[in-house]
Design a protein around this ligand. Structure first.
Ligand code: PPS
Length: 336
């Protein structure tokens, strides 16, 4: 597929306004809306902002999804390291079925195809898709906030949730690059070119799935109350102490590493397979296209580092984010 063909498929995927049902249009008309920097409009639903295409998937998911007791949900705020988390969890839970060898699925398939997004993949095309073919345990991913998850998942005592969080300064930079990568010369309205605009929107909470701090804090609070159900992981910690966090993650998912596996160097092999350096250099991730969205797989790989914000955000911006957003919203809750 040429990049133009891929772009036109992605356009169709994002711009669903023409394909919305009358029922959904009526529902949208009841919601507060704002001109978005990415996409035509953002709509406020249960305290969070969404692009219509995403909201349609969320509504269908909430209406039709029935959790199974062993379901695993990988939840992130966009640009927090979802692709990495999907790769790690897929490899951990399938390590007996798919040992780390040349024909491992991650070598030929982008992680977003292996672990599908609920609202933008599974419930994007179909209102009520049949999920019977999925192997157990089923693993899904989503960016949906805690309060918007179906009650059946929130109240389940057996489903597991892994929430990966990332330094918001790096999220903003990653988001800005992502939006600009998706932008096409002819359709500049799809995205902003100014990091200041992305930054201001983020601070006001008016980007997809924003506000960030509420998204992250709700999961953090839930993880404190119910640590067996919600595992709260930080991108930066995973970078700093990968083995320790991989071990904890596998234990949380009820598939701890045996001492033989540890001694054989399996943890290091998993980290290597799922590393940014390895995944971003695979043909499938350099030139592949996601079948469900038409997006180039490469848009999910940029630097994979911590601290790039230092190259993009001014002192003033950092101060605003730290003082006004983070400390104001997070203080008193013991979140660092
Ligand atoms: S999305 O669209 O929400 O699914 O994007 P997401 O995957 O959450 O975020 C993209 C950022 O994650 C980086 N990335 C990785 N980091 C570490 N290891 C691996 N394997 C990896 N894969 C992707 C990716 O480069 C984006 O971060 P930035 O800072 O832009 O590089």
């Amino acid at each position: 597929m040429t990049s133009d063909e891929s772009f036109s498929r992605m356009q169709k995927y994002l711009n669903v306004e023409d394909t919305l049902s009358q029922e959904f249009k009526t529902f949208l008309s009841t919601l507060p809306k704002i001109k978005g920097s990415f996409g035509p409009y953002g709509y406020l639903y249960e305290g969070f902002w969404y692009f219509p295409m995403i909201l349609r998937g969320i509504v269908a998911f909430r209406r039709h999804f029935h959790p199974q007791s062993s379901d695993i949900f990988l939840i992130t705020y966009p640009k927090s390291g979802t692709t990495w988390l999907k790769s790690l969890v897929f490899t951990i839970i399938n390590r007996h079925r798919f040992p780390i060898e040349a024909n491992h699925p991650l070598n030929t398939t982008n992680a977003h195809q292996l672990i599908p997004f609920l609202e933008t993949h599974i419930y994007h095309k179909e209102e009520n898709p049949n999920l019977d073919h999925l192997p157990f345990p089923r693993v899904f991913s989503t960016h949906i906030p805690w309060t918007t998850l179906p009650e059946s998942i929130r109240n389940s005592s057996t489903c597991k949730i892994v929430y990966l969080c990332r330094n918001p300064k790096d999220i903003i930079v990653s988001l800005w690059h992502f939006q600009n990568k998706l932008m096409h010369d002819e359709t500049k309205e799809m995205a902003t070119n100014s990091i200041l605009e992305t930054f201001e929107n983020f601070c006001q909470g008016v980007n997809d799935y924003g506000p960030f701090w509420r998204h992250m804090l709700d999961y953090w609070k839930q993880s404190k109350e119910n640590p067996d159900k919600i595992y709260f992981l930080k991108y930066e910690d995973m970078k700093e102490q990968p083995s320790m966090h991989l071990r904890r993650l596998a234990k949380f998912l009820d598939c701890p590493f045996s001492s033989d596996e540890e001694e054989s160097g399996l943890l290091e092999d998993i980290m290597k397979l799922c590393s940014f350096e390895n995944l971003s250099n695979l043909e499938i991730n350099k030139n592949g296209v996601l079948s469900y969205s038409g997006m180039q797989s490469s848009v999910f790989f940029r630097q994979g580092k911590t601290g790039d914000w230092k190259n993009h955000l001014s002192d003033e911006m950092v101060q605003k984010l730290i003082n006004v957003i983070c400390e104001d919203k997070l203080s008193g809750l013991g979140f660092n």
